[in-house]
Design a protein around this ligand. Structure first.
Ligand SMILES: [Zn+2]
Length: 376
């Protein structure tokens, strides 16, 4: 579901992104607002209706963004760094750097979202109420509609299924009661799947009753929630598993080293074409002085490969993301997701002893599941 996401800016130190799926929804919502406004207020010109529809859509997505910002700000106030906010489909997601450290944090971070939506609903309602005599009636009607939409947003997010806010509240309560984040996540995620299937069932009921748009909408959101509940539980399981694993267990070790005075052509022929790696350390007199990457080689025109030296096209080790062999893999995974290069170097005593790429991690997991998966 998270395809390409565009960065749109930073608010309070948090990166805000927009998922590509969102563009379609933004158009759909603006269009449905337009239909609603031009149907309700026949006297309105087309330009006026379009203007109000765009304003309503902007205020709607602004509301979603403020909801997510509330999560992000409370999260940061509790000392949990926020990676980014992504707006997608019918809502948004705030990604935190680490999981909450306790049920109290989890509760506060979750509860502030629906609370903010509730406040926004009240705010829109008040402005609509006081503006009744001052503003035009399509504008007042639209503000009232936004009040209801925010109330709906608060209500939907309070459904007790992880990863919705209500599911997080449920998780924090079970976490508090049992002391086990794992068990709490499992229950909350099962609840999320149950809520998702209920929404799908509601969608089917709507379809059978002849309400096509409502049916598709409910079924789609329900299905999405089922997937999200499932994958967020799997991700947590993975992080849990990787907490007990060190970088040196996963890394590709026994690295072949390239001499710095080799030509790029020989490096390609004898290393890149022969072994399944995207990068090799460059060693001079037993010390690693850089890294030659396939991407770096590709930047040089092919007809110059035989005259250029490895030394002049390697990247310094200092520019790479570096971890110690005993670094915990759940933290290394965060660095892998962050880094532009998609690669983490394992360094011991100034020497590169291993490289970890997402492929290495996938390979390790596959082996682990084959050996130990039956025990889980
Ligand atoms: Zn929320």
């Amino acid at each position: 579901m998270f395809g390409t996401a565009w960065r749109v800016g930073r608010i309070a130190g948090v990166e805000v992104r927009i998922d590509s799926s969102w563009a379609v929804i933004a158009l759909l919502i603006t269009y449905s607002m337009y239909l609603r406004v031009s149907l309700l207020y026949q006297g309105l010109s087309t330009a006026g209706a379009v203007g109000i529809a765009i304003l309503a859509a902007v205020l709607f997505f602004g509301s979603v963004l403020i909801h997510e910002l509330a999560h992000a700000l409370v999260s940061q106030a509790r000392g949990i760094r926020v990676q980014d906010i992504t707006l997608f489909l019918f809502g948004g997601a705030t990604r935190a750097r680490v999981e909450s450290r306790g049920p109290g944090d989890e509760f506060l971070i979750a509860v502030v979202g629906p609370l903010t939506s509730g406040l926004l609903a009240a705010l829109f309602g008040i402005v609509a109420g006081f503006g009744r005599d001052v503003l035009s009636s399509p504008l007042v009607g639209t503000l009232g509609y936004l009040a209801w939409t925010n109330l709906l947003l608060a209500g939907f997010n309070l459904l007790p299924g992880f990863p919705l806010d209500g599911g997080r509240l449920l998780r924090s309560a079970i976490w508090k009661a049992t002391g086990s984040l794992r068990r709490a996540t499992r229950v909350a995620s099962l609840a999320g799947q149950a809520v998702g299937w209920l929404l799908v069932a509601a969608g089917v009921a709507y379809l059978l009753a002849g309400n096509l748009a409502g049916g598709i909408w409910f079924a789609f959101i329900g299905w999405f929630l089922v997937q999200a509940a499932r994958s967020s539980y799997e991700e947590l399981q993975l992080r849990h598993l990787l907490r007990g694993v060190e970088a040196e267990d996963v890394m590709a070790g026994n690295l072949l080293r390239i001499p710095p005075d080799l030509s790029l052509q020989d490096a390609v022929d004898d290393y890149f074409m022969r072994y399944d790696h995207g990068a090799f350390p460059v060693d001079e007199q037993g010390r690693t002085i850089g890294l030659l990457t396939l991407r770096g080689v590709r930047r040089v025109p092919r007809d110059e490969w035989s005259t250029r030296r490895v030394r002049d096209h390697m990247v310094p080790v200092g520019d790479q993301v570096v971890v110690a062999p005993e670094a915990r893999m759940d933290q290394v995974m965060g660095k892998l997701e962050d880094g532009e290069a998609g690669r983490v170097l394992v360094v011991q005593g100034g020497e590169v002893v291993g490289i970890i790429t997402p492929t290495d991690l996938t390979r390790w997991l596959r082996r682990w599941r084959a050996l130990d998966g039956s025990a889980r």
